[in-house]
Design a protein around this ligand. Structure first.
Ligand code: ES4
Ligand code: ZN
Length: 348
């Protein structure tokens, strides 16, 4: 069976559920902000003006990510970053994005919340296109429950298209109970909750995200590949897993794309979707990630459409938006049906 072509990957209507706004700052933009604010680019962790090809581990990645995030000093900087983010999503043919944004970091860095949300709205309004961008506002695990509570207050008072809360940052503490305020707020505010778990951490971290926080989606969750009982549970409950292949390799979770368990998790029938995480930091794009996924799991065009349908259905958007996304994906499949020869594994 022929792999989907680049033209297929471009025209496929895409839904991206796991991509960080600050992780979408290009090295060129980071350097220009560094110059403006007289920050030595080496302090950012850039190597010869580029993001490193490989990070030593998640902690190393997060150091660079936070150093670059701190270069956003003014509402104008933030509006520019959001406008560039929206252009990036348009260039990848993404119809609908749930973008993770660490808003509290910028408030801590001195930005006033009302001005911050106005900048977000201005940046997103800057492009006139069919793409829809909604936000997931994430707390950082290592900052503890106070940060989670600050996040909830910030979201409660925000004027922005927020559909979810998130929890990111280094793993290690298996107990997520101290962040239960995020679950309570998500329920109260009718938001989804997406939790980074089982990226660098063990399968127990994924169980904790489900048991302690009732996570609606798991970011990564690749540790499950080591735990057959967890695979069974994720399959039984159709828990959405955001898979970011290059991210896991460049952050050092797996030595190569070939060693990544995406194909196993797909074949096991888990509710996976594919995302780019932090595209320029990880020298990738969403289309690259879909190409890797298609190669590793021998995905047909129909499978790729199925992957997008799973993402659409796992989105925190209202039902009418999800329905519209599924309809666009179905229409693409119909247009290509005549060219699809054989049945794919997901159809038999
Ligand atoms: C991230 Cl905790 C984590 N893992 C991967 N990418 C990230 N970007 C921001 N936080
Ligand atoms: Zn992430």
């Amino acid at each position: 069976m022929a792999l989907p072509s680049d033209a297929d990957l471009r025209s496929l209507p895409k839904v991206e559920l796991h991509v960080h706004v600050e992780g979408s700052i290009s090295a060129a933009t980071a350097l220009s902000l560094a110059r403006r604010y007289r920050v030595d680019p080496r302090e950012l962790g850039l190597v010869e003006g580029r993001y490193p090809d490989r990070f030593d581990n998640l902690a190393h990645f997060i150091r660079v990510y936070l150093a670059v995030s701190r270069l956003i000093r003014t509402p104008d900087d933030l509006a520019m970053i959001f406008a560039a983010f929206a252009r990036q999503q348009v260039s990848q043919g993404v119809l609908y994005t749930e973008a993770t944004f660490t808003a509290m970091a910028h408030v801590r860095n001195g930005m006033e919340p009302v001005a911050l949300w106005a900048a977000v709205r201005d940046g997103l309004a800057d492009i006139d296109s069919g793409t829809e961008i909604r936000l997931i506002i994430d707390a950082q695990r290592d900052l503890g429950s106070d940060d989670a509570r600050d996040n909830v207050r910030l979201v409660e008072n925000a004027d922005a298209p927020i559909v979810g809360l998130g929890l990111s940052g280094p793993e290690g503490e298996e107990k997520d109970r101290e962040f239960v305020v995020l679950r309570q707020a998500a329920d109260r505010l009718h938001l989804g909750l997406a939790v980074h778990a089982g990226e660098e951490g063990p399968p127990a971290q994924v169980r904790a995200a489900l048991d302690d926080l009732g996570a609606d989606r798991i970011a990564h969750g690749v540790a499950a590949a080591k735990a057959p009982d967890l695979i069974e549970r994720l399959k039984r409950d159709a828990v959405p897993l955001d898979m970011c292949l290059s991210s896991n390799v460049r952050i050092g979770i797996f030595p190569s794309l070939e060693a990544h368990p995406f194909a196993d998790l797909w074949r096991a029938g888990l509710n996976v979707n594919v995302s780019s995480d932090d595209p320029p930091f990880l020298s990738t794009t969403l289309i690259d990630e879909l190409r890797h996924a298609a190669r590793l799991a021998s995905l047909s065009r129909a499978d790729l459409a199925d992957l997008q349908r799973r993402a659409a259905l796992a989105a925190f958007a209202p039902a009418d938006t999800r329905g519209r996304l599924v309809a666009a994906i179905d229409a693409w499949t119909d247009r290509h049906r005549s060219c699809d020869g054989e049945a794919s594994p997901s159809q038999v």
